[in-house]
Structure formats: C-alpha cells, structure tokens
Design a binder for this molecule. Sequence first.
Ligand code: OAD
Length: 239
Amino acid sequence: MNSPVEPDALIVILTGAGVSAESGLRTFRAADGLWEDHRIEDVATPEAFVRDSRLVQRFYNERRRQLRQVAPNAAHHALARLEREWSGEVLLVTQNVDDLHERAGSQNLIHMHGELLKARCLRCGQICAWETDILEDSQCPSCSRPSCLRPHIVWFGEMPLKLNRISAALARCSVFAAIGTSGNVYPAAGFVSMVAPGTQTIELNLDASMVSSAFRECIQGRATDAVPAWVERLLTPLG
Ligand code: OAD
C-alpha cells in the first residue's frame, strides 16, 4: 500500500482506450478491437493518407459519428471530480481522440494523440473545430481552400503532441497513474519510467499491461469500478 499523498502534490494521469470502452467505444487491441478490422498501415499513417485519403477519411468520419452516440462513464466523471476536488494539481494526459473527458468536465487535459473533433489544414497549418464528416472538397475555414483538410490525429510515425509539457509534469509529479492502456505504444508506455524515484505509480486496467511490472501498484478491474474507488481513496484524508 502506498503512503498518503501530500495535499499540494501534482497527480499525472495517463488514459487509454480502456477508459472509454464502457461508454461503447471499441479499444484498439482487443479481439473485437479496431485494429482487428483495419490495418494500421491502411488507415493510421501519413503514407496511408497519401495513398488513399478517402479510405482514411472514411475511417475517422465513422469514429467521429460514433461520438454523438456515446456519453462519458463513471470513470471519466471520477477523474473530473478528482481535478475539481484535489487540493493540488491534476494533469490528465489522454491517448484517446474522443471528447469524453471534456464532456465529463476535465479541464487540465492534453490530447497527446490528437482529437477527432478537430481538423488540420495541410496548406495553412491551422487547426480548427470540426464536428461533421471531412469530405473530399471540404473547405478550410481559415484559408478557404478546398480539399486540404486532414483529421487532427497523430498517426504512426508522427510526433505526439505537447511532449515537453508532459515530460516536465512527469518529472515533478508525486503520483502517476495509467488507466485503460495496454502499454503497447511509445512514448506513452514509457511514461512510468520517466517519473522521479519515490513517485507513487499505479496502473488501473482490466488485465495486466505490457508494462505492469514497472508500476508499484496494479489494480485489475473495470474502469467504471476501479477509477471511482481510487479517486475516493485519494480524496479521503486518512483519519
Ligand atoms: P489498447 O486497445 O491497446 O488497450 C486498451 C487497454 O484497456 C487494454 O489493456 C484492455 O485490457 C483495457 N481495457 C479494456 N476495457 C477496459 C475497461 N472496461 N476498464 C479498464 N480497462 C479496460 O488501447 P491504448 O492502450 O489506448 O494510437 O492504445 C494506445 C494507442 O494505440 C492509441 O492511442 C492509438 C492506438 O493505435 C493512435 O491511433 C496513434
């Protein structure tokens, strides 16, 4: 069992697809996961977009549409509660491209793999809010040119976003938690090894991840059970 956390401590939380699974969004690597139906090389690389942009847009258009049919679950709400009620700072870093953390109320949030509800212009570089399908002739709201929008998603071979800010937070946090992520994709899978000695590290996941052995504590269970219980534990002062 870990010792109590200082009340002004920084808590950094990394989330992955498992946190949104019980909202109805498929994870990537489960037997029924997204990468079972689609090859990464076909839909999630810059080369795939050059080869067949229509296929890539269709894949992300479908993901964007699904977002309208789902809602945040108890795990998203518990993390938003932690940010509201914790006396120190909470930084949430998500690999997820859905907006369920925001909808639950999280504010100090980094989408390191991009966001489904944003598009990026290949001509002027602007990133804009985008809630509908990106079509072949969709116009950039900033430079007005047609046919130059791509999903604002970090594809394989591209650099995740805000890594400097994340590294700085990892170096000074007192608690690092990883929730619902399989530990297959770097750099996120390596965050647990970037914290200072003495940092409390905890993994909350349905099963053991690829990097479980790097954590001091592992809790196996569904995010909607495990995360609210963990948040309650953090917010309850030891009597
Ligand atoms: P994965 O699909 O690799 O892993 C999801 C993890 O969540 C697995 O370890 C599951 O056991 C766990 N899980 C499933 N249901 C759960 C539940 N109800 N409660 C708790 N845990 C549950 O997804 P990620 O690790 O997020 O990147 O994948 C990382 C990145 O790989 C993604 O951001 C995406 C993908 O390729 C890009 O597209 C760039």
